[in-house]
Design a protein around this ligand. Structure first.
Ligand code: SF4
Length: 213
């Protein structure tokens, strides 16, 4: 008796007649489910490989087109290149100046106007922090912040807010020439605020308003 073991599925095929066994082998080879699965898996893997290499080839091609002078489409710009600063970010880089000709102002009295956002105009940003006008440095600095808001024209630089803040939102900002005080609690880490209201509650002239999210 001759026999044959399928290398794909391991089935044992036997027959006394070698010619007949050869025929059985050929039929099995066409119908073997394991062999069929292997063929399909290989084809799928090659398809994925082709798709991946064609994606990788796309970026250099677009780069060549751009270098040749053709304007790149928005979709053709690689993601890391497309992270150009927005106009707001660009404005941030041209931060408000703390110096100027506003030298004839007097200190304002507290408390801070909690409805200032509907009454004042944004004057610009300082290191990414919103400043609300009127803004006429160094004597008039307006209200600073979006959620952690301090009226710099009221602030007397008592420092209680800086001491009270458990998450270190503030740092001192030198403001020479301001009539109320020559340094202010700058809310540089405003995004870290946990809205505990500690600073708002300890501020002697009530220059702080926290807007809870
Ligand atoms: S509310 Fe609390 S966490 Fe937020 S700035 Fe004031 S003291 Fe800091």
């Amino acid at each position: 008796m001759t026999e044959y073991i399928c290398e794909d599925c391991g089935s044992l095929l036997t027959h006394l007649n070698p010619t007949t066994l050869q025929s059985i082998k050929e039929v099995h080879s066409q119908l073997c489910p394991v062999k069929r699965q292997k063929i399909l898996a290989t084809a799928e893997a090659e398809k994925l490989k082709r798709a991946s290499s064609s994606r990788n080839a796309t970026i250099p091609m677009q780069a060549v087109q751009t270098a040749a002078g053709a304007p790149p489409s928005a979709a053709s710009i690689p993601q890391q290149v497309a992270t150009t600063p927005s106009s707001n970010e660009a404005a941030d880089s041209s931060s408000l100046k703390l110096t100027g000709t506003g030298t004839d102002h007097v200190a304002a009295e507290g408390p801070i106007d909690t409805g200032f956002k509907s009454k004042r105009q944004p004057a610009g940003k300082f290191k990414g922090i919103q400043v609300w006008g009127p803004y006429d440095p160094p004597g008039q600095l307006g209200i600073w912040g979006t959620d952690v808001c301090v009226d710099f024209d009221i602030c007397i630089s008592d420092g209680a807010c800086i001491d009270a803040c458990p998450v270190n939102v503030y740092e001192w900002l030198e403001t020479p020439g301001h009539p109320a005080s020559e340094r202010k609690p700058f809310m540089i880490r405003e995004k870290d605020c946990i809205f505990c209201l500690a600073c708002e509650n300890v501020c002697p002239p009530q220059a702080i308003k926290i807007f809870k999210k």
